[in-house]
Structures are given as structure tokens and as C-alpha cells.
Design a protein around this ligand. Structure first.
Ligand SMILES: Cc1cc2nc3c(=O)[nH]c(=O)nc-3n(C[C@H](O)[C@H](O)[C@H](O)COP(=O)(O)OP(=O)(O)OC[C@H]3O[C@@H](n4cnc5c(N)ncnc54)[C@H](O)[C@@H]3O)c2cc1C
Ligand code: SF4
Length: 509
């Protein structure tokens, strides 16, 4: 009797562990487009277009590789829009005797999977996801008995374990981390290379029409869709990045420009997260094909490798270590509603307007835009963590809860009280002005501290520090800001707090 192997939308890898457990000739592979998954948060329509197109292309790759597949499209009449219901029918029709699935990335689905054996009434084997560079169990071991869970310690361990950028037992160039060299504002001269564009083929066009019909009001834009949706296009994107863009990745990692949403970022997170690229091959390709001729090159490759073997793996480790309690974190006990402009981009703050409208257009923002514009603002305004989390999970093409939630709660809004970050990433307009050209053409004045034209980040920043001084003032990394707050004239602080209150009330009610 045949087995059935379920492949989820973020498991688009021919080497995935579940496929290794079946026989191509006798067994079946199933993939499905499910409304439950598209609707539990309102995923950006471009994200759905990318994923469904990538899934349909992957189904073709499975067939070419000799697998027997069943693909259930969103609009199929017999689609019950529920994994269990759809599988129950296949089990009966094909006389299936067992189900094989690779573990889910998200706690919600993984938890659901543990009930499938009972509901589908066949044995269910859940295989370990071996695409990560450290297993969940090994991360738990790393975390055990540690006073703090700093990413940097984890990163050193991973560098040694994988042998990447090592010179015998020492880090290449003598230092583990060159982040301090990577904080330049864009020099306005270094050319920003063009990206590869992949014209929408027939499969993508069909998915485009499907999404338009079924999700007419969904947030986002699908025009000029040019994403890599196949393994071969994903590899081309990686090669193009390493050859043309990586040399400047490090230096301008934190820089932002109002007319350039990508800068020198790789824009491959969604390809890794859905399985079209494997993190190990990404790192090994970059290390093998990137020539380190000077310190800037070393800064760039080290930064890139750190993001993947450090941050990405560490974030996933934290997620599985701390879930499900982690999703209830609310360190500052904040309950304000997410402002409408996170969806509409109707806002006079140039930086926010630009990041949200680019998010609407591309389902992408780079790390500093997520962290220091939308994340920073949500932190300063005291938005309810769940609302912030659901927004990030919905709007970005690379967003899956295992990677989005710790980034949002741990880095973006410090809702976990400092498990990930040594201090909140709170900043006034000064930081944004230093790292971008947004302020030059803004309605507000970044230099003003009070008055009707003051940059809202300025008064919101001091109000945030004052509001949370009991929780934050003992943090040695905030020693200077709290000293400056103490020195602030009382009347001035009262005006600042009033301005902050007015702004928050206007946008959060
Ligand atoms: C509030 C917030 C929410 C975020 N949500 C997500 C999310 O839903 N999905 C997601 O993949 N990333 C998320 N990130 C992390 C990061 O912003 C994105 O991985 C990155 O912007 C993706 O763009 P890129 O491929 O151009 O990355 P690059 O800047 O080119 O970095 C290279 C690669 O490193 C990895 N990486 C870098 N930073 C991180 C990080 N902090 N966590 C995990 N992987 C990282 C990614 O695989 C990325 O492709 C979030 C960050 C913040 C601050
Ligand atoms: S002035 Fe303030 S609101 Fe305007 S772009 Fe600069 S930081 Fe953003």
C-alpha cells in the first residue's frame, strides 16, 4: 500500500527529508493551496502570487524527477481548504497506509500535525527539517545553563562548527565581527546594480488571475511581478548578488534611500525560507565565489555569512525554545492600536510613507527599514505587540512566524524584555537623518525638538524613555540617553510628552 508525502509551501526542496522517505514508483506526493493558510493573517497578494507560483513550479520539478504528484489548486471544486480534510479523501481514494511530512516551521501547524494521526487514521511520520544548520535539540543544548543568550556567542560557535571564514581555529582577519565598519551613509556615487528580472510565465500569469479573483481587496500590489519562482531562477539571483552586489553589502547595510528600496541587500530571504535556496549552499557559494581583496570585501562577506549562520539560525532557535509563551510577550504592557497608515501609507512622515508604500508595492523592506522605521515607530508609540506581529507576518514576502515573530518581538519592539537585544532599538529622527535621505523632503523638521513641525520621532523617543524609565533606566547601554533625560528642563519635557500624547491619540484611536 502506498504512502502519502505532504509538501508544505515552504518546503520546496527536492532534498527535503520527507521526500527521502518515500518510493517514487509506489508512493504519492501532495501539495495544496489552502484558504486557511492564506487568511489567518491577510497575507500580501504579491506574497501569495510568489508562493503559489513557486509551489506550482515545484510540482512540475517533482514530476520531472519521477514522483507521482497530486496538486490541489485554490479553486479546485474538491478543495476543502483544510490539510486534514483534503488528505482524508486522498487516503481513501489511493488506499494510503501512512503519511510522511517534514516538520512545520510554525508552532501553530506543528502542533496541529500531532493530531493528524488520530484524525486521518493512518500512522503519521514527522521528519526533522534538515535544511537548518543547527537542529532544534542542539540549539536547546547551546542555550542550556547560559545566563544570557547573546547572538554573538552563538555566531562564534557556528563559525567554528561550520568552519566558514576561519583561519585554522581563528576568525579570518583576526576579528569575528566587522559590524562597526558597516554603518556608512550612502555616498551617492557607488552605482547600485540592477537586479535580475524574471518575466511572469504562463503559470505565474494563471496564479495572478486566481489571486485577483479570489482576493480582490487584499493589501498589496502585483504589478510588474518579476520574482524568481523556480530553483534555477533562484540560483541565478544568488549568483548575480554574489558577483555584483555583495562587495558593497557590508558598507551600506544600514543605509536607506527614498528612491531605492533594495540598496545592496541580497533580497533572497524569501527564496531561502520557502526552500528554493538552501542556507548552506548560499553561504558556501558566496565563500567560494567571492574574492576577498581588501578589508571592505572581508567586512561584506563576514556580514552576509553572519546574517545567515548567525541571525537566521539563532532566531529560529529562540522561536522553538520559547514558543508558545513567546507569542504572549508584552514587556511594556502596551495596548495601542496599529495606526491605519501602516496599511494606507497616508502619512506626512516621509520615511514611514515611503517604507509602507514600498512594502505595498514589493512586499519587501530591508532590515533597517523594518527595524528603524516601522519597528521603531511601533515601539515608541506603544502599539499592542500582537498587532505589530500580525502586520509584519502579513506584509512581507519572506514572513513565516518562526522568523518574523522573534525579529518583531525581540528586535523590533523589545516585547520580550531583552531576550534577544541588549537594549530596545529606539531612536529619534537623528538616526534616520544620519542613515538616509528621507528627512530632506519631509513635511516635518528633524532638527526641531518642539513645535508643530517637529519630527514625531523626536518627541516620541523622549516620551518612550520617560514612560518606561522604571523598566529601562538601569540598562547600562541607555546610560547616556537617561542622563540627558534627567538634565532636560521640566517644562520642555512636559511639552514633549503632550505632543507625543496628541500624536498617539490621533493615530491610535
Ligand atoms: C521587525 C522585523 C521583522 C522581520 N521579519 C522577517 C521575516 O518575516 N522573515 C525574514 O526572513 N526576515 C525577517 N526579518 C529579518 C530581515 O529584515 C530580513 O531577513 C531581510 O530584510 C531580508 O532581506 P534580504 O534577503 O535582502 O536580506 P539581507 O540583508 O541581504 O541578508 C542576507 C540574509 O540573511 C538572513 N537574515 C538577515 N537578517 C536576518 C534576521 N534578523 N533574521 C533572520 N534572517 C536574517 C536572510 O536570510 C537574508 O536573506 C525581520 C526583521 C525585523 C527587524
Ligand atoms: S523628519 Fe522625521 S518623520 Fe520626517 S523623514 Fe525624517 S525622521 Fe522621518
Amino acid at each position: 500500500m502506498p504512502k502519502l508525502c505532504l509538501i508544505l509551501g515552504d518546503q520546496l526542496d527536492l532534498q527535503i527529508s520527507s521526500l527521502n522517505k518515500i518510493n517514487k514508483e509506489h508512493d504519492w506526493v501532495v501539495m495544496m493551496e489552502i484558504k486557511n493558510e492564506t487568511n489567518y493573517v491577510p497575507h500580501h497578494c504579491r506574497k501569495m502570487l510568489f508562493l503559489f507560483s513557486a509551489m506550482r513550479h515545484f510540482n512540475e520539478s517533482l514530476k520531472e524527477a519521477g514522483y507521482q504528484t497530486i496538486y490541489i489548486p485554490l479553486d479546485a471544486e474538491d478543495n476543502h481548504h483544510c490539510f486534514v480534510e483534503n488528505m482524508r479523501i486522498i487516503v481513501e481514494e489511493k488506499n494510503i497506509n501512512s503519511l510522511i511530512v517534514c516538520e512545520a516551521g510554525e508552532w501553530r501547524l506543528q502542533n496541529e500535525m500531532t493530531t493528524w494521526e488520530e484524525t486521518i487514521e493512518v500512522p503519521v511520520t514527522i521528519c526533522e527539517d534538515q535544511r537548518f544548520l543547527i537542529s532544534r535539540d542542539d540549539f536547546i543544548q547551546f542555550a542550556e545553563n547560559r545566563k544570557s543568550l547573546l547572538m554573538e556567542d552563538f555566531y562564534h560557535m557556528m563559525r567554528k562548527k561550520l568552519g566558514y571564514l576561519m583561519d585554522d581555529n581563528k576568525p579570518l582577519g583576526g576579528k569575528w565581527n566587522y559590524d562597526k565598519n558597516n554603518r556608512s551613509k550612502y555616498d551617492s556615487e557607488t552605482p547600485i546594480p540592477k537586479r535580475l528580472n524574471f518575466a511572469a510565465d504562463q503559470t505565474t500569469q494563471e496564479v495572478y488571475s486566481l489571486i485577483k479573483t479570489h482576493f480582490p481587496k487584499r493589501f498589496g500590489n502585483m504589478d510588474h511581478f518579476n520574482e524568481a519562482c523556480t530553483r534555477s531562477h533562484a540560483l541565478q539571483s544568488l549568483q548575480h548578488f554574489v558577483k555584483h552586489i555583495l562587495p558593497n553589502f557590508g558598507k551600506y547595510q544600514d543605509a536607506m534611500l527614498r528612491n531605492e528600496h533594495l540598496m545592496f541587500h541580497s533580497r533572497i530571504s524569501h527564496l531561502i525560507n520557502c526552500g528554493l535556496l538552501n542556507p548552506r549552499e548560499v553561504c558556501e557559494y558566496a565563500i567560494a565565489h567571492f574574492t576577498i581583496s581588501n578589508q571592505e570585501d572581508l567586512n561584506s562577506i563576514e556580514a552576509f555569512i553572519r546574517q545567515i549562520i548567525g541571525w537566521r539560525e539563532y532566531i529560529r532557535g529562540i522561536y522553538w525554545l520559547k514558543m508558545p509563551q513567546y507569542s504572549e510577550s508584552n514587556y511594556f504592557e502596551t495596548h495601542n492600536k496599529l495606526p491605519d497608515f501602516y496599511w494606507t501609507a497616508k502619512c506626512k512622515m516621509n520615511c514611514v510613507q515611503k517604507v509602507v508604500s514600498d512594502t505595498h508595492k514589493y512586499a519587501y523592506s530591508h532590515h533597517i527599514q523594518r527595524l528603524m522605521i516601522t519597528g521603531n515607530l511601533a515601539l515608541l508609540m506603544g502599539i499592542e505587540p500582537k498587532e505589530v506581529h500580525e502586520w509584519y507576518l502579513a506584509v512581507y514576502v519572506d514572513a513565516y512566524e518562526w522568523v518574523e515573530l522573534p525579529n518583531t518581538y525581540g528586535m523590533g519592539i523589545y516585547a520580550d524584555g531583552g531576550l534577544l537585544a541588549t537594549k530596545p532599538y529606539a531612536a529619534s529622527g537623528n538616526y534616520i537623518n544620519k542613515m538616509s535621505d528621507f528627512c530632506k523632503s519631509c513635511h516635518y523638521n528633524v532638527k526641531e525638538k518642539t513645535g508643530p513641525n517637529t519630527c514625531p520621532f523626536n518627541y516620541l523617543y523622549w516620551d518612550f524613555l520617560d514612560r518606561n524609565k522604571e523598566k529601562l533606566s538601569a540598562n547600562h547601554r541607555l546610560f547616556m540617553p537617561y542622563r540627558n533625560l534627567e538634565k532636560m528642563d521640566e517644562d520642555k519635557l512636559a511639552i514633549i510628552k503632550q505632543d507625543a500624547k496628541k500624536f498617539i491619540n490621533k493615530h491610535c484611536s
